[in-house]
Write a protein that binds this ligand. Structure first.
Ligand code: AVJ
Length: 312
């Protein structure tokens, strides 16, 4: 069996082809998270410049017990984009969760972290779900009668443009049901230098994370992109309040993907990620547009990051 082509997700193939065929030169950010990408992202979360993870984790540690007090107690936690699930134990413990449903697009990564989680919580029923949460999801029947708390940390919502975020929040409301709660992280608007440094770290880990997308195309789609001919770029777009990440060709370059030939000129860019930042009122409005009522919010002393609890 030809492993290089058999593993490819048809939706990934389609998005990559579209990127080069119609010259949109954009690939959705979710394809950054194959196994290697998920591992690189874990490394990003430990970088000195990358403040979101440690700031949000500290907020969770300090305020999880309040979530329990505002009706979170005993709920099943449904985590959208669970990755390595490192923040979740605080929440599970604080609300004495009845069950845990981690949802992630990287199946291999999901299985490993679910197993690790089970060791930490031997009694907790865990139902891992390998899925792209941007498409509609059916929750396991085992949690259908348990009140739910959606958990969407990390400002993952920031990868989406506003209308996609609102669509997702609407999906989540349908999936979780009326009376559910949602605990969601929003990265805040701040000094652009701090933001750019967080997405262009001095150790070059974020660059590796971005460039892994090209390696992934090479691995999965029979292609021969010279990855070392591309450079990772992070810029702050103030009008859209977002960090934009590009891969820029450093020379005129030709490559083939799945036997189709493509050409990029020196300086041409592939747009691979947006990371939107929010004012608190932006966050509240976004939630309300998606059918969620903000209940309470917590921020760190610098207002670098906020956690918002909302109700459907
Ligand atoms: C996982 C989408 C929240 O936007 O901060 C980090 C992804 N990309 N560094 C973010 C990311 C480059 C991250 N999110």
């Amino acid at each position: 069996m030809d492993m290089t082509t058999s593993r490819v997700d048809p939706a990934f193939r389609e998005d990559v082809r579209r990127c080069f065929d119609d010259e949109s030169h954009a690939i959705p950010a979710r394809w950054l998270y194959d196994h290697a990408g998920s591992e690189l992202f874990e490394q990003i979360t430990e970088l000195p410049e990358y403040y979101p993870t440690r700031t949000e984790t500290a907020l969770l540690k300090s305020y999880c017990s309040e979530v329990a007090d505002i009706g979170g107690k005993g709920r099943a936690v449904i985590e959208f984009g669970s990755g390595s699930s490192t923040k979740t134990p605080h929440l599970i413990r604080a609300i004495q969760s009845a069950a845990y449903v981690p949802i992630d697009i990287s199946g291999e990564f999901l299985a490993a972290s679910a197993a690790q989680f089970q060791e930490q919580f031997p009694e907790l029923p865990i139902y891992p779900l390998e899925a792209d949460f941007m498409r509609r999801i059916n929750l396991p029947a085992e949690v259908s009668d348990i009140p739910k708390l959606g958990f969407f940390p990390g400002s993952t919502i920031g990868n989406m443009v506003a209308r996609t975020s609102v669509d997702l929040l609407c999906f989540m409301r349908e999936t979780l049901g009326i009376g559910s709660q949602l605990l969601i992280g929003f990265d805040r608007i701040k000094d652009p230098d701090v933001l750019v440094a967080a997405y262009d770290d001095s150790a070059g880990v974020t660059a590796q994370f971005s460039l892994n997308l090209l390696h992934r195309i090479n691995r999965e789609m029979n292609s021969d992109i010279a990855v070392d001919q591309f450079r990772h770029i992070a810029i702050w777009n103030d009008l859209y309040a977002r960090i934009e990440i590009y891969l820029e060709a450093q020379s005129d370059i030709g490559f083939s993907i799945d036997a189709r030939h493509y050409q990029m000129a020196k300086g041409q860019q592939i747009h691979i990620e947006n990371s939107h930042k929010y004012g608190l009122r932006d966050a509240r409005l976004m939630l309300r547009a998606g059918g969620w009522s903000p209940v309470k919010e917590w921020s760190d002393e610098n207002d670098y990051f906020s956690l918002v609890l909302a109700e459907a």
